[in-house]
Design a protein around this ligand. Structure first.
Ligand code: ATP
Length: 244
């Protein structure tokens, strides 16, 4: 279980952008963090990852996340990825091997060749192995980032808006890859924007607006009341949509 306890963040003193957020998510699920622009979704992910100053803590199976970095994979927002850095698709995927290698063990490429090829095929990038990541479409880049998570064999995978700026077909391909990771027991948590897909994609939701609005199963939390509280708009959920 992923447990987040009382996480608060203030980028400037006395100005909390996130207040006392606590929730827990079961293992082997796909969960979404949703909330309006500026609600603190990316901030929450970054606090869980321990990459920004915060108070509170996060544990996975009762182990503090700061003590299990090798078992966590993170896919940043596209805008945070340095696309000018000269690195190929295959080299990017190989980066995911680093946490699996023992200290001082050289990255024995040949040893991992079959695994890398299997992942390249799975993410439909076998023909692009030598291409620079700066020359990929948004959807291809996200598939490569998920390939890196796959080879890392991380137990917890955190993604910040993986579908931003990509088309519906690429989104479906990526979602299928994430579903496959879930089937193999991985726990996935992502920041997500598109409310239309929430009920299709997520087992659980964390709804935030500077503080927690609700957390729990999508069925229980994706309610008009919670959406009204978070977004200030009456959002109609699928169950309410009148049938033609
Ligand atoms: N590095 C930073 N320094 C100061 N303030 C920041 C910083 N990063 C984010 N903020 C502020 O914190 C608040 C939450 O930002 P955050 O990016 O976490 O929201 P979000 O829910 O992910 O938004 P969006 O949906 O627009 O991506 C915003 O008011 C933002 O301006």
């Amino acid at each position: 279980m992923l447990e987040v306890h009382n996480v608060s963040v203030a980028y400037q003193r006395h100005q909390k952008v996130l207040s006392n957020v606590s929730f827990s998510l079961p293992k082997g699920t796909i969960s979404g963090i949703i909330g309006p622009n500026g609600a603190g979704k990316s901030t929450l992910l970054n606090a869980i990852l321990n990459i920004i100053p915060h108070t509170g803590s996060a544990t996975f199976d009762n182990v503090d996340l700061s003590r299990m970095a090798k078992r966590i994979a993170y896919v940043a927002q596209k805008s945070q990825i340095d696309l000018q850095f000269p690195i190929t698709v295959e080299q990017t995927i190989s980066l995911g091997l680093q946490p699996r290698l023992r200290l001082f063990q050289r990255l024995g490429k040949r040893q991992f060749r079959p695994e890398i090829e299997e992942i390249l095929a799975k993410i439909q990038m076998a023909d692009f192995a030598d291409r620079q990541i700066s020359q990929l479409s948004g959807g291809q880049l996200q598939r490569v980032m998920i390939g890196r998570c796959m080879i890392q064999q991380a137990d917890l995978i955190l993604l910040d808006e993986p579908f931003s700026g990509i088309d519906a077909r690429s989104e479906a391909t990526i979602m299928a890859l994430l579903q496959e990771l879930k089937q193999s027991g991985k726990t996935i948590l992502m920041v997500h924007h598109d409310l239309n897909k929430v009920q299709d994609y997520f087992d659980h939701l964390v709804i935030i607006k500077q503080a927690l609005v609700a957390a729990g199963s999508t069925h229980e939390t994706f309610t008009p009341e919670n959406m009204q509280q978070a977004y200030g708009l009456p959002i109609i959920t699928k169950e309410e949509t009148p049938h033609a």
